[in-house]
Ligand binder design. Structure first.
Ligand code: URC
Length: 356
C-alpha cells in the first residue's frame, strides 16, 4: 500500500488516525427576563464544542474548505444561547448544540459538547435589599445572585450521525466537580497492609475531607436531526425547531425511566445523595464510602448506567505536641490539625449497573 505524500512530496511516515477540533472555554452568560413577574433567571457556562467528520483534508492537504472556523463555533454557542428555548438547562442546551451542528453541517459526523455551569444562587430577600419579591410567595431575590462556591455542574453530550439513514444517537454524561466536603468524625482507617513500609497508624476516628468529582452516564438515545441548511422557525430564528425534547424527537431505546434531558433532576438528586452518604456513612475508608455513594445514585436514577467518582483524600494531620507535654494525637485529644495540600490520596472507581 502506498503511503500518503508529505509536504515536499516525500512519502509521509504517518497517517491521520483521528482528528477532532473546535472551540474550548467559550464563556457565556445568559439572562432570561420574565416581563410580568420581573423575575430573572441567569446561567453562566463554560462551553467546549468539538467536531469530527470529513475534515481530514484540512490536516493532510491544507484545505480549509472543510473547516467551519472555531470562531464560528463560538458564534454558534452565543447564538443558541440567545435563541434556544433550552438555554437554562445545561443538558438540553448541550443536546441542542450538538444536534444543531450536525443538522447544519452535513460533513460533520459527530459533535462533542461539554457545558460546565458555574453556581449563581439567588440572594435571599432576608438580606434586606430593595428589589425583593415583597408580597409574593418568593423568599429569594428576583435579580440578585451570589457565587455559591467553586463547585461546577457539567454535562457532556456526544451526538453521532447514524451511518445508515437519518438521525443520530446521543450519549450523555452528567456530573459535578470540586464539591468540597469535610466531616470531623465518623471516619476510620484500620486493618490495612502492615509491612516494612508502613508508618501510618490505624485510627478509628479521623477527619475525612474530599473534593468530590462525580460523573454518571445515561444509555444511548436516538435523536432526530433538523433540516439541512439555514432552517428557520416561523419567527425567522435560525437553528430553532431542530429539537424540542418531545417524544417525537427522541426514541427511548436503551433508556430507563429517566432520560438524559431530565438531567436537572438527576444531577440534583445525585448531589444530595452524595452529600447524604458522605455525612451519614460510618466510613471504613474512602473506597468503601465511594462505593456506597455509587450504589445509591444507581438505585435512585433508573436511566443512569454507570457512576464514577474521583475522591482525593485530603489529609488533616494531628499536630504532635508531646514536646510541650500536651496530648494532641490520641483520638479524643486530637483537636489541632495541619491541613495538608500535598500529597493527597486519590481514590476513584466506576460502578456500572449490574446486568439482570
Ligand atoms: O480511606 C483511606 N484509603 C486509603 O487507601 C488510604 N491510604 C492511606 O494512607 N489513608 C487512607 N485512607
Amino acid at each position: 500500500m502506498s503511503l500518503p505524500e508529505g509536504r515536499r512530496g516525500e512519502a509521509a511516515v504517518g497517517v491521520l488516525a483521528s482528528a477532532r477540533y473546535g472551540k474550548d472555554k467559550v464563556r457565556v452568560f445568559r439572562v432570561v427576563r420574565d416581563p410580568t413577574s420581573k423575575v430573572h433567571d441567569v446561567v453562566e457556562y463554560n462551553v467546549t464544542v468539538l467536531v469530527e467528520g470529513a475534515i481530514e483534508t484540512s490536516y493532510t492537504q491544507a484545505d480549509n474548505i472543510v473547516v467551519v472556523a472555531t470562531d464560528s463555533m463560538k458564534n454558534i454557542v452565543n447564538y443558541l444561547a440567545k435563541v434556544s428555548p433550552h438555554v437554562l438547562d445545561p443538558a438540553r442546551f448541550g443536546l441542542h448544540l450538538g444536534v444543531h451542528l450536525l443538522s447544519r453541517y452535513a460533513h460533520f459526523t459527530a459533535a462533542f459538547v461539554t457545558v460546565e455551569q458555574l453556581r449563581w444562587a439567588r440572594i435571599g430577600t432576608g438580606t434586606g435589599s430593595d428589589g425583593g419579591a415583597g408580597g409574593i410567595e418568593l423568599s429569594e431575590h428576583k435579580h440578585a445572585f451570589w457565587r455559591d462556591g467553586t463547585e461546577k455542574r457539567f454535562v457532556e453530550v456526544e451526538v453521532a450521525r447514524k451511518r445508515d439513514g437519518d438521525g443520530a444517537v446521543a450519549r450523555v454524561a452528567g456530573g459535578l466537580r470540586d464539591l468540597l466536603v469535610l466531616k470531623s468524625t465518623g471516619s476510620a482507617f484500620e486493618n490495612f497492609v502492615r509491612d516494612e513500609y508502613t508508618t501510618l497508624v490505624e485510627v478509628d476516628d479521623r477527619i475525612f475531607s474530599t473534593s468530590v468529582d462525580l460523573r454518571y452516564t445515561y444509555g444511548e438515545v436516538g435523536v432526530k436531526l433538523g433540516p439541512r441548511g439555514d432552517h428557520e422557525d416561523s419567527e425567522g430564528r435560525k437553528g430553532l425547531g431542530v429539537i424540542n425534547f418531545g417524544e417525537e424527537n427522541f426514541d427511548k431505546r436503551g433508556t430507563g425511566a429517566v432520560h438524559p434531558w431530565e438531567d436537572a433532576k438527576v444531577g440534583a438528586r445525585a448531589r444530595e445523595t452524595t452529600l447524604d452518604v458522605f455525612a451519614h456513612d460510618e466510613s471504613a475508608s474512602v473506597q468503601a464510602t465511594l462505593y456506597k455513594m455509587g450504589q445509591r445514585v444507581l438505585a435512585e436514577n433508573a436511566g443512569v448506567e454507570s457512576v464514577g467518582y474521583v475522591l482525593p483524600n485530603k489529609h488533616y494531620i494531628p499536630v504532635d505536641m508531646k514536646y510541650i507535654g500536651v496530648d494532641n494525637t490520641t483520638p479524643l485529644n486530637a483537636e489541632v490539625f495541619t491541613p495538608v495540600d500535598a500529597p493527597s490520596g486519590l481514590i476513584s472507581a466506576t460502578i456500572s449497573r449490574a446486568m439482570t
